[in-house]
Every structure is written in structure tokens, then in C-alpha cells.
Design a binder for this molecule. Structure first.
Ligand code: TRP
Length: 453
């Protein structure tokens, strides 16, 4: 059998994992939930959640992935052969593919807006017009489908090229560029007149706004933002070399993800407030509000505003692609490891499956809007099923598996690279406690709040 590919360096590991983590969630969700829930008060809770909840789940997935050197299904088969754990393996092959289907539709929208900014036709300079144009675009049939196809096709090409030549190469080049892009956009935003209110929105601590559901949404956001619970981190970890520190990779990824989310917040919110618009979360923010802002701010310096608009949609596209390839890789690892597919064939099969599901998602904004599952359109059903349910469920089972089913010594060896990783050795006891008790309890709390609040 061929030797399994590995990432070439720690930098590559962190860039690939951060590529997965940094996505639409950082740009259109984080800034909003921060402001809604008490600014820096929320950021503090977010930090604590990341340390106590997300990192232990991250490390649980990492232990399973690197120990077995297999994707989710193979890993479960190897560690718990002939048990029901294989269903967790299967579930986590399927969940990221469902996420990919609707993510690719939104990725497609960013392709359209990038192309539009190239031709200078993003916004007509009126808020209502921008919204209407967005509504017309997503409810039409051909253009969004074409963009969805382009987006998914692009991801397929990268994943076909392999872990090193595809995923690693793409992430190590684009993630640093993405960082510079978002810094440039932030600088532009902060210089707009009236931007101060956006900074206040992000930072002003207001503990009175921090409710129980705010705390749960800090946990949920941190969890979502690190792409946990669906086997992505597990699969990427199976490509991490044995002598690499899992602890350092996890911390590096989480730090990069948070930093990016904060900078994205300072790029987006000051512009929103400068334009005197009420902040909101979701696709509306990036595809309706911002195009209008760039155009209206741009009357004084049209070229600059066109360039910023172009860079902004480029940043969204890159962030979305680097997350999408990690979702695709989970399924590819399964088909290659377990079913003996070649990479190319695995990608082709999954491309076809996700393309069809994604097509339904896309059409659910137009011709299929009336087709509902549990009262939700197809798109929002896939979104809610995965974000509110499958991710948390998977995360719970991964921590439970590592904390209660695996042998402590095995976990220790993996997390400390056989005792050679000093930092890992230092943190092990704490991490073990978090994996066994704290993280599972916290996920159950999120679950219940999602269900009842
Ligand atoms: N972390 C991604 C973001 O912030 C979204 C995401 C959620 C994700 N679950 C995932 C990405 C699973 C890859 C795999 O946008």
C-alpha cells in the first residue's frame, strides 16, 4: 500500500486547519454575535469556551485521527472494531458533505459577487436596490447554479491534487494572503467617517447583555468556528506527522481563527455603522449591506472603493474554498482508505453527490421555495440539521470516545508525542480532565439551549 501522505511542516498543518476553521462563520456571524451579546464581555466568554470546550474536542478528534492515520470511519473501525461506534464514523462522513452542499451554494454567491466587482457592477448605490438585486440573483435558476458548479469544481480540483500538492499548497499560499487582505479592508473601514460606533459595538463590555443564551451562543460559535464535530479535524490530523505537537497545532489554529474573527469584525462593523445601517448577521450582511456601503462610501474615491469591494469578495471566496476543501477531504479519505477508490474517482463521486444536494439548496431560494422539510426550506434544513444538531452530537461522541472508551495511556502518548512534546506533557492532566468531564457537559448544555431557547 502507498505510504499515506502527510503535511510537510507545522506551518502547513496550522494553515490547513486554520483554512478549515476560518470561513463564513468568522466574517458574517462572529462580529454580529459579539455586538448582540455585550461586546468584549462576550469575547471573554468566547475565549473561555474555546479553552475549556472547543480545544478539548479539537484534541479528541486530533488524537483519534493521528493515532490511527485514518479518516473517520476507518479510525472508528480500528479503535473499536465491530461496535456501534462505526455509526459515528459514518455519520461524520455524511455530515460534512451535507454542510458542503449548502456551503457551496453560498461560495457560489461569492463567485458571482467577485465577478460583479471585477466589472464594477456590484451595487447601484442604494440599500434597497442592493437587497433587491441580491434577492433576484439567489432566487433565479441559472446564474447561482453555474456559480455553485464553479465553486464546487474549484474545490474538487484542489482536493484531487492531493494533501500536499493540493490542500497544503493552497492553504499555505492563500491563508497568509487572506490575512493581509482582511487587514487592508480593516484599515479602510476604520478610516471611514463614523466608524467609531462599529468599534464600540465590538469592544464595549456590557455584562448586562450577557444572558444565559448569550453564553450558549459563545460556546456554539467557538465550536462552529473551529469546524468541530464532523470529522474534519480528525481527518486533517491523520495527515499530521507523528513527531508534530498536536497541542501546539490546536492552539495555533484556535489563535489564528480568533484573531481573524476579530479583525473581520473590525473590517465589517465599522463600515456598517459608518453607513448608518443596523447590523445583522447572515448572508444579508455580506451580500446586501456591504456592496451598498462600498458603493456609497466610494463616491469620493470610486477606484479605491471598487478595489476594496473586489478584495473583500476575494477574501470571502478564499475563506470559503479553504473550508470547503476540508469538508470534501473527509469523504475522500473514506472512499480512498476504505473503499479503495483512487483520489480522482472519490472526488468525482462526491462532487456529483454534493452538486445534486447543493442544486436543491440553491433552488430552494427560487422555484423550490415552497418545498419544506419540518417547516424549513431545503437550504435551511441542511444548515440547521448540521449546525444545531449533527456538529454538537459528533463533538459529544468524540470526546466521550476519547475520554471514556480509549485508554488513558494511549491518549497520553498521542497528545505528548510519546513524551517528547514537553508542552503537551505539561498540559496533559488538565486536557484529560476537560475531555472527560467539562467538554461533554458543556455540549449537553448547548444542545439543550438550542432545543429549548
Ligand atoms: N468553521 C467554518 C466557518 O467558520 C464553518 C464550518 C462549520 C466548517 N463546520 C465545518 C468548515 C466543518 C469545515 C468543516 O465558517
Amino acid at each position: 500500500m502507498d505510504k499515506r501522505e502527510t503535511f510537510g511542516s507545522r506551518f502547513a498543518v496550522i494553515m490547513a486547519m486554520a483554512g478549515s476553521a476560518i470561513g463564513l462563520g468568522n466574517i458574517w456571524r462572529f462580529p454580529y454575535v459579539v455586538g448582540e451579546n455585550g461586546g468584549s464581555a462576550f469575547i471573554i466568554i468566547y475565549l473561555i469556551s474555546t479553552l475549556l470546550l472547543s480545544l478539548p474536542i479539537f484534541l479528541s478528534e486530533a488524537v483519534i485521527g493521528r493515532k490511527t492515520g485514518k479518516g473517520t470511519f476507518g479510525a472508528m473501525e480500528q479503535l473499536a472494531p465491530g461496535t456501534r461506534w462505526k455509526w459515528l464514523g459514518l455519520l461524520t462522513v455524511v455530515s460534512p458533505l451535507i454542510i458542503l452542499s449548502f456551503y457551496s451554494v453560498v461560495g457560489g454567491w461569492s463567485v458571482e459577487y467577485l465577478l460583479k466587482s471585477l466589472t464594477g457592477s456590484v451595487s447601484t448605490g442604494d440599500a434597497a436596490d442592493s437587497s433587491a438585486a441580491f434577492g433576484r440573483f439567489i432566487s433565479s435558476v441559472r446564474a447561482p447554479l453555474l456559480c455553485h458548479t464553479l465553486f464546487l469544481g474549484f474545490c474538487a480540483v484542489i482536493v484531487t491534487a492531493g494533501v500536499k500538492k493540493g490542500i497544503e499548497r493552497f492553504s499555505t499560499v492563500t491563508m497568509p494572503v487572506l490575512f493581509v487582505l482582511i487587514l487592508l479592508i480593516m484599515t479602510y473601514s476604520l478610516f471611514l467617517p463614523g466608524s467609531g460606533a462599529g468599534v464600540t459595538w465590538m469592544l464595549k463590555p456590557d455584562f448586562s447583555k450577557l444572558t444565559a443564551s448569550g453564553v450558549a451562543s459563545a460556546m456554539g460559535q467557538s465550536f462552529f468556528s473551529l469546524s468541530l464535530g464532523v470529522g474534519t479535524i480528525l481527518t486533517y490530523s491523520s495527515y499530521v506527522r507523528k513527531d508534530e505537537s498536536l497541542m501546539a497545532s490546536a492552539l495555533g489554529t484556535a489563535a489564528f481563527d480568533l484573531l481573524f474573527a476579530l479583525i473581520a469584525g473590525f473590517a465589517v462593523m465599522p463600515a456598517v455603522f459608518a453607513a448608518g445601517i443596523e447590523p445583522a448577521a447572515g448572508p444579508g450582511l455580506v451580500f446586501e449591506t456591504l456592496p451598498y456601503i462600498f458603493a456609497s462610501m466610494g463616491s469620493a474615491a470610486p477606484v479605491l472603493s471598487a478595489v476594496v469591494s473586489l478584495l473583500f469578495f476575494l477574501a470571502i471566496l478564499v475563506a470559503a474554498v479553504s473550508s470547503a476543501i476540508s469538508m470534501l477531504e473527509v469523504g475522500v479519505a473514506y472512499l480512498v482508505d476504505e473503499k479503495g477508490f483512487t483520489r480522482g474517482k472519490a472526488v468525482a463521486v462526491l462532487f456529483a453527490g454534493c452538486w445534486i444536494l447543493g442544486t436543491f439548496c440553491s433552488l430552494s431560494f427560487g422555484p423550490l421555495a415552497e418545498f419544506k422539510i419540518f417547516g424549513e426550506t431545503f437550504f435551511s434544513f441542511c444548515d440547521k440539521l448540521t449546525s444545531n444538531f449533527l456538529m454538537a452530537f459528533g463533538g459529544l461522541l468524540f470526546t466521550f470516545f476519547v475520554g471514556w472508551r480509549m485508554d488513558r495511556e494511549q491518549v497520553r502518548r498521542e497528545l505528548t508525542s510519546d513524551g517528547k512534546d514537553r508542552f503537551g506533557t505539561l498540559c496533559f492532566k488538565t486536557v484529560w480532565f476537560l475531555i472527560r468531564y467539562v467538554a461533554p457537559a458543556a455540549i449537553i448544555v448547548i444542545f439543550l439551549t438550542n432545543l429549548f431557547l
